[in-house]
Design a binder for this molecule. Structure first.
Ligand code: GDP
Ligand code: MG
Length: 682
């Protein structure tokens, strides 16, 4: 291999990498002329070519790597190319790419980028590409790719001087940004981030930790060895990687290598759509292209997305509702049975008014939760969610916003905690903070029971529309807040990036079940812990001091509520609503649990006769809507706040997030209630 110990000053090592037939050898020959040495790589029958070029006062040592389609270490060629790049000093990679076969060629490029070595892309055979009707927007292409791109026609020597100039610049540059690399599926990125933190790998070689982790997750032995070598406890580190791999494979119900490959193709798909136009209609059109031409259509794209979202809520409300009624019936029966079976007294009261009313009131919503997660999981697994982010991105650009924020935000529909964590995938500190600040405005599923309860009581005819409007308001507020923060807190231009468009795939049944189960069990365990504890506390507050009418204004809860009442009165709400919101600080599921306790779920179920009818007499459609909006905005739950603190590592931003959401909630609640009154709503 190249003798790196003898690296002289003014010597720049260039590795030529690319697919077979991309024109590497042609580039190599043009550059080095007769100053070349041809042999074999040690131990293998792969040709090794090395040559020199003197130019611009430097000596360029140029190595023509064997042509490969990936760096997966499967064939001898791949192993040779990869080992050279990992173990030797390389100043600049010149990635020779066949412009006429961009999509296939870029697959290797995405992997080369991950190596963190400065890179020039030689966009070769542009003469052929033009004939075939590909038009490449060079400026966009290199901005999105995050690497220098130079068009070349190798056999005519066109563009090669330029390549050498750029390579010299990059080799001398000590403050250049490292090349960007494809981001993977958000779930995969999340796990990579976690591993990064947990393993505290101390790289002894120049190989970036990220590269090692991705490769190791793909199952690559060499990368695993590297991780073992660079960690304090190598065995444990590799085990950790293996566990993560198993977790992700269970999550996706598929081979992780395939998922990661999808991430790379997604990056390429997005890049192609942004920077390349095909004027030739005879091009091979894949299913993915056909579907994308419809769902990403400039006119139809957004309406299709909105209709899908509306359908999601419609199904959640309707199908979930059917099963919810059955559970409601059982919980109601249980409540009546418990009231008669237990001797009258504090115990019976606690079980009926506290535990069953609170926990039962939340459990009722499990079917809705299951339905919405089945749908979200299918949308995600099929690849459609990535398109939604792409569409959002396009609209966000109009506002001068960073569309990449939408990947974490779409995760926020499930739960805000992973959404805040997913903000790690953004490149600049400002973008991360901004995304973290607006993510909690995405309506997570913990808030869904509140909407379903109130919608069922007041708007059952138009349930899907009402819930849709609340989710949409969350998104709109997120966008507007983002714009506001961008203008005031981080006045900085938006860095370009590519939205990933992975190929469509059929979501697997197993993957869907696992996803839904993970989320639902989380919901259930919250009902069994946080909601249970809160219900008992609220029951106690509603019963104390002994002798008062349960949950009346004279009880402890009543006193707390009445202290807060002046605050919520301008929004049309009474003291019980205030208590529910206060207890919802811990977890938003508790809001419904609290309402269940205070309004007496135990008296006959959640449906017509029970909580819903109690709610119906205590609220009006207008105050119900106001209450839902407050629940959406008023504060991130404790778990999200803790995550914000951890991810921003700053109390300042954590408090800002809390203060901002409280203020925004109040302003929005006040505005909706007052404008509603003014317009004659009740
Ligand atoms: P390698 O496998 O990457 O080393 O590719 P080669 O350098 O052997 O090139 C493969 C073929 O493509 C050869 O016939 C070259 O003459 C041809 N070729 C290389 N660069 C260009 C180019 O820019 N335009 C055109 N039209 N042909 C090229
Ligand atoms: Mg060759």
């Amino acid at each position: 291999m190249t003798d790196i110990a003898a690296k002289k000053k003014n010597e720049i090592v260039i590795a030529l990498a690319g697919n077979p037939n991309s024109g590497k050898t042609t580039v190599f020959n043009e550059l080095t002329g007769s100053h070349q040495h041809v042999g074999n790589w040690p131990g293998v029958t792969v040709e090794h070519k090395e040559g020199t070029l003197r130019k611009l006062g430097y000596t360029f040592k140029i190595v023509d790597l064997p042509g490969t389609y990936s760096l997966a270490a499967r064939s001898q060629e791949e192993i040779v190319a990869r080992d050279f790049l990992i173990y030797n000093h390389v100043d600049v990679i010149v990635n020779v790419v066949d412009a006429g076969n961009l999509e296939r060629n870029l697959y290797l490029t995405t992997q080369l980028l991950e190596l963190g070595v400065p890179m020039v892309v030689a966009l070769n055979m542009v003469d052929m590409a033009e004939c075939r009707g590909h038009k490449i927007d060079l400026e966009k292409f290199s901005a999105f790719l995050g690497a220098v791109v130079v068009p070349t026609v190798a056999h005519k020597g066109e563009g090669l001087d330029h390549i050498i100039e750029k390579a010299a610049e990059l080799a001398q540059c000590h403050v250049c940004d490292p090349p960007r690399s494809a981001r993977h599926n958000p779930e995969v990125e999340l796990e990579i981030g976690k591993l990064h933190d947990k393993l505290a790998i101390n790289p002894v070689s120049k190989v970036p930790v990220r590269w090692m982790l991705i490769k190791a997750l793909e199952g690559d032995q060499v990368a695993k060895d590297q991780i073992a070598k660079c960690s304090a406890d190598g065995h444990a580190a590799v085990l950790e990687v293996e566990n993560t791999r198993r977790h992700l494979e269970a999550h996706f119900g598929d081979d992780l290598e395939a998922i990661i490959a999808d991430g790379r193709y997604g990056f390429i798909g997005g890049l192609m759509r942004e920077a390349v136009t095909h004027t030739d209609k005879h091009d091979r059109v894949t299913w993915t292209d056909k579907i994308d031409n419809i769902v990403l259509n400039r006119v139809l794209g957004l309406p299709i997305f909105l209709v899908l979202m509306w359908l999601t809520f419609k199904l959640t409300f309707d199908i979930g509702g059917i099963f919810a009624n059955a559970i409601d019936h059982w919980v109601g029966a249980l409540s009546i049975w418990a009231a008669s079976a237990l001797p009258p007294g504090p115990l019976s009261s606690m079980v009926v008014h506290g535990v069953i009313a609170g926990v039962g009131g939340v459990i009722v919503f499990v079917p809705n939760i299951v339905v919405i997660f089945v749908i979200i999981s299918i949308l995600e697994g099929s690849g459609y969610m990535a398109r939604a982010a792409f569409l959002m991105d396009r609209s966000m650009h109009v506002l001068g916003l960073h569309g990449k924020s939408f990947i974490p935000m779409l995760m926020g529909f499930g739960c805000n905690v992973p959404a805040v964590m997913a903000a790690r995938t953004l490149e600049t500190h400002e973008d991360r903070i901004l995304t973290i600040l607006i993510s909690p405005l995405m309506s997570c599923t913990a808030r869904l029971p509140i909407y379903i309860l109130f919608t069922g009581a007041f708007f059952s005819q138009n349930g899907a529309w009402v819930i849709f409007s609340i989710y949409a308001l969350g998104v709109i507020l997120a966008v507007v807040s983002g714009k506001l923060f961008r203008k005031t807190l981080f006045p900085k231009s938006v860095s370009p990036f590519v939205m990933e468009l992975p190929p469509y795939r059929l979501p697997t049944v197993k993957g869907t079940i696992i996803h839904v189960w993970e989320r639902t069990s989380l919901f259930l365990s919250k009902a069994g812990t946080v909601v249970l504890a809160a219900s008992v506390i609220i029951w106690a507050m509603g019963s104390l001091p002994w002798g008062v009418e349960f949950g009346s204004a004279n009880s402890l809860a009543g006193h707390l509520g009445r202290t807060l009442e002046p605050l919520v009165k301008p929004l049309g709400l009474d003291w019980r609503a205030a208590v529910a919101l206060i207890f919802g600080l811990g977890a938003k599921e508790v809001v419904v649990g609290t309402l269940g306790v205070l309004y007496g779920f135990g008296h006959g179920g959640f449906g017509e006769k029970g909580l819903q009818s109690a709610i119906a007499s205590a609220f009006t459609p207008l105050t119900a809507y106001t209450f839902m909006i407050l629940s959406l905005i008023y504060i991130p739950c404790i778990a999200t706040i803790a995550t914000i603190k951890r991810e921003t590592n700053s109390w300042k931003w954590t408090f800002f997030s809390i203060a901002y959401s409280l203020a925004l909630a109040y302003v929005m609640g006040f505005a909706i209630y007052r404008i509603g009154l003014f317009m004659g709503f009740k």
